[in-house]
Every structure is written in C-alpha cells, then in structure tokens.
Design a protein around this ligand. Structure first.
Ligand code: 13P
Length: 269
C-alpha cells in the first residue's frame, strides 16, 4: 500500500501517522523495531548529510523488504536541488520548505517540486508560514509563532497541488520552558481543505492537545527533539560506566528512543 493510502486511512480512522527523525543507525533501528503501525522516518538536511541520503534510502528499503511498514521523508528541504536529489535517490516523500521565501516565490518553487515529484509517484509536503524553533531542549521561553491567513493557505494548495501542508498554529520545533498552546480555531477552519495537515514541532506538546489536534484534522505529526533527548540521556547514563564498546554505550539510548516511539504511537492512534 502506498504512503498516500496509509495517510488516507489514518485520516479516515481519526489517527495521525508519526514522522520520527533520525541521524544514526541505532536511532533508526530503535524507531523501526518499536513501531507496531505504519510510520514515516525523516531526515532533515543536516541529518541527511550526516547519515547519507543514499544510505537512508537503502536501509529503509531493506527494512521494508523485511516487512516493516516504513516510509522515508526529506524533512525541511529548503533548496530545490537537494529536494530533487532526494526524489531521484528514492525518498518516498519530500517536504519542500519555502517558508522563508515570499509567498509567490514559495508557490512557484513548490509547484516545480510537485511537478517533478508527482511524475515519479512521490508525494510532497509544502509549508505556508514559518514554524520557528530548534529541535533541541531550549531552556528559554517559546519563540513567537506568526499566524497565516486561510486565504493564503487556500491559494497555496490550489496553485501548487501539494499533498500535505505544514502550517504554523502554535507549535514550535524543540522543547521549551513551557508547553505551546495550539490555535484550535485556525485548525478547525483550515481542516476544510483536502490536503493532509501536518503538525511540526510535535515534541513538548501536552498529550491532550495532540489528541485534540488529531480530532480537528491533523494527519501527520513530526517528532524529533524528544527522541534526541532520550538518545542523549541514554548515552550520558552509559558514559558513567567503564564501557568502551559502542554496542554497550549505545544500548541505553536505543532503549529510551524505543520507549518514546511506543508512547507517541499510542497517543497518535
Ligand atoms: P520537534 O523537534 O519539536 O519534535 O519537531 C520536529 C519536526 O517538526 C521536524 O520537522
């Protein structure tokens, strides 16, 4: 079954598909072995450069052949060439992030990507409005989230033909000293469009708020920081031992990443 079909199924059943980001093999293994439902794994541009895009495609393909229902997304590709490279290498979907451009240039470039990707059967996530933050534990106040006009979202999706759309409505990338507040009125309004709605910055949001967002139409949720925190905390614990073997040092990280995946999938479904 295609990724688009899995997204349609999730929306029909009032669930959201998770996108878990990774940049190391032990993270990818922990994510895939802990997932009991179809998932998306994502690599941002920096994560892609660290892991290798061709390697990510080959490994996700390998796990899929072995029966895992897992799909690969390029997360926040801001440069047309890198997004095209991901499509050519065999990513299952791409996220073109033109949110730092003016609205018309974003529409123009997203449309180029959509035409290129759709010819190869690859689905595209677009982004209107900027979702701020860093995928890290930020010990400061939440960054300000600017809202977007529904009319701009409608013009964007109608002109570009994107399949999924990332929008700012309160969530931010990373974990901060307080949990974000989501704009449910905006979600209610925007969920009238037919594209799949994506919640970026899934870490640090209260479980009840995630559930409410899914009820109001969110079909894909991206998680990175909470996995990074779990991985780091596991490693910090292991480094207190006298171990030298990477398989000893990284096993606690793997366990903790797996626990985050299990917990999130339960909430999303
Ligand atoms: P978090 O780092 O807040 O989980 O956000 C991840 C994300 O949205 C990746 O696109």
């Amino acid at each position: 079954m295609s990724l688009k079909k899995y997204l349609q199924k999730a929306r029909k059943e009032n669930r959201a598909m998770a996108q878990f980001n990774f940049s190391t093999l032990d993270q990818l293994q922990a994510i895939i072995s802990s997932a009991n439902v179809p998932i998306i794994v994502g690599t941002s541009v920096k994560e892609s450069n660290f892991f290798g895009m061709a390697e990510a495609v080959a490994l996700v393909g390998y796990y899929r052949k072995k029966g895992a229902k897992v799909f690969l997304n390029l997360d926040h590709g801001r440069d047309i060439e890198i997004v095209k490279k991901a499509i050519d290498l065999g990513y299952d979907m791409v996220h073109f992030d033109g949110s730092k451009m003016d609205h018309d240039s974003n529409i123009k470039d997203t449309k180029k990507i959509v035409n290129y990707a759709h010819k190869k059967g690859i689905i595209v996530e677009g982004e209107v409005g900027y979702i701020p933050g860093q995928s890290a534990m930020n010990k400061c106040d939440l960054p300000k989230v600017d809202s977007v006009a529904i009319a701009d979202v409608v013009r964007f999706v109608e002109t570009t033909g994107v399949d999924l759309i990332a929008l700012p409505f309160g969530s931010v990338h990373g974990v901060y000293s307080q949990a974000p507040k989501l704009n449910y009125n905006f979600l209610k309004e925007v969920s009238k469009i037919k594209q799949f709605l994506v919640l970026h910055g899934g870490s640090g949001i209260k479980d009840g708020d995630i559930k409410k967002a899914i009820k109001l139409g969110i079909t894909k949720i991206n998680i990175n920081t909470e996995l990074r925190m779990a991985w780091r905390e596991g490693l910090e614990k292991s480094l207190k031992s006298k171990d030298y073997a990477p398989y000893d040092l990284l096993s606690e990280s793997k366990n903790r990443v797996g626990q985050v995946v299990t917990k999130k999938l339960l909430i999303f479904s």
